[in-house]
Design a protein around this ligand. Structure first.
Ligand code: GLY
Length: 350
């Protein structure tokens, strides 16, 4: 078991990573929450797997627990689900000193976290991520959001959790596709920060090292978030592969490649293009491609470069006529390169 303390500017909290730690959830959670009234928020895939055990564990630790279970899938990350959740919190008499426990993947964590950020102008919440993507990335750092018809994650808030409990054993029930999705984000952490982590992932037997993988990714995220909690500087490096990745997801109407797989393709296409344009002088794209392949991740997509460019420039992370492009000139180090849109267009399309 590993404990990583995230000292974000707004709040410090622990991320506990280990096998079987959910059997002690009640005791870990009681250490950080004063009130003993809480609502577990989970979807109808995850709750049947882990919800009852978590509930019983919390009750044994003296908690009064209600649960809000919603239909799984990105379409539930909506204002409709959020309004239902607010109504449920009110009906459960949740006050400002009570809390929410988000049990599930990225959709659950983002939506429950946003409810915690906004209900009664903010209540405490705990993240219990059960997907690889949520364990290596989205459960830590306090980005919470829901989608609106104009785009994903367009309404949100920064709200750090009081605690993150990442039980590696919950990954055993994760469908292969969802596991691969989390590997896309994991490769990103190796690319932007740690060649050692990249090599571990590229070795092809990551399933034997899941505790190390989650711990390493979260420790990198900790360092980034401690430096820049609100995404105005260093934190932008976490978007490596995301501008083209989001473009792929959007072009495919969010029914094609999943987020982590689209990020995998985005990282490769950008790295290859930067090599072609002399921005990167080492050949790292072949190593990246091999690492993606050994982890069952894609590195190409059948979308014209012009379309990829067009659908990437209205990304919400763009400022004015320039775009911040995240480039790894070597494995384990990322740079934020601000470039005019025209230059970015040439990079992606020529
Ligand atoms: N997932 C990227 C971030 O938390 O900033």
């Amino acid at each position: 078991m590993k404990r990583i303390t995230v000292n974000a500017a707004s709040q410090s909290y622990d991320v506990i990573v280990g096998h079987g730690i959910l059997k002690d959830a009640g005791s870990y959670i009681s250490e950080v929450l004063k009130s003993r009234r809480t609502v577990i928020v989970s979807d109808d895939n995850v709750y049947p797997l882990h919800g009852e055990a978590l509930r019983k564990n919390l009750e044994a630790a003296g908690f009064d627990v209600n649960e809000f279970v919603f239909p799984h899938g990105e379409q539930s990350k909506s204002h409709e689900t959020l309004l239902n959740l607010y109504a449920f919190l009110a009906a459960s008499n949740i006050t400002r000193s009570d809390s929410i426990i988000a049990l599930g993947g990225g959709v659950t964590g983002d939506m429950a976290g946003f409810a915690a950020a906004t209900y009664l102008r903010g209540i405490d919440y705990v993240q219990v991520p059960t997907s690889l993507l949520a364990q290596v990335d989205s459960s830590v750092g306090g980005k919470t959001a829901v989608d609106i018809p104009a785009g994903k994650n367009l309404v949100g808030a920064f709200k750090q959790p009081k605690l993150v409990l990442s039980d590696i054993d919950t990954l055993a029930t994760l469908p292969a596709d969802f596991f691969d999705d989390g590997m896309g984000e994991s490769v990103k952490y190796g690319m932007i920060w740690s060649e050692k982590l990249f090599e571990l992932i590229a070795s092809g037997n990551i399933k034997e090292h899941l505790e190390e993988l989650v711990t390493e990714c979260i420790d990198i995220k900790r360092q980034v978030v401690e430096t820049d909690e609100t995404d105005k500087g260093l934190r932008m490096i976490l978007n490596f592969g995301h501008t083209l990745g989001h473009s792929i997801e959007k072009t495919q109407n969010f029914c094609g490649l999943s987020h982590g797989k689209a990020v995998a393709v985005g990282m490769y296409l950008l790295t290859k293009a930067a090599e072609k344009h002399g921005i990167i002088t080492e050949n790292i794209s072949d190593r990246l491609k091999a690492c993606l392949e050994v982890n069952g991740l894609p590195w190409s997509v059948d979308i014209p470069a012009e379309t990829l460019f067009a659908n990437s420039v209205n990304d919400k992370k763009r400022f004015s006529d320039d775009i911040n492009v995240i480039i790894c000139k070597t494995i384990g180090k990322a740079e934020i390169v601000k470039m005019p849109i025209n230059e970015y267009k040439k990079l992606v399309t020529e």
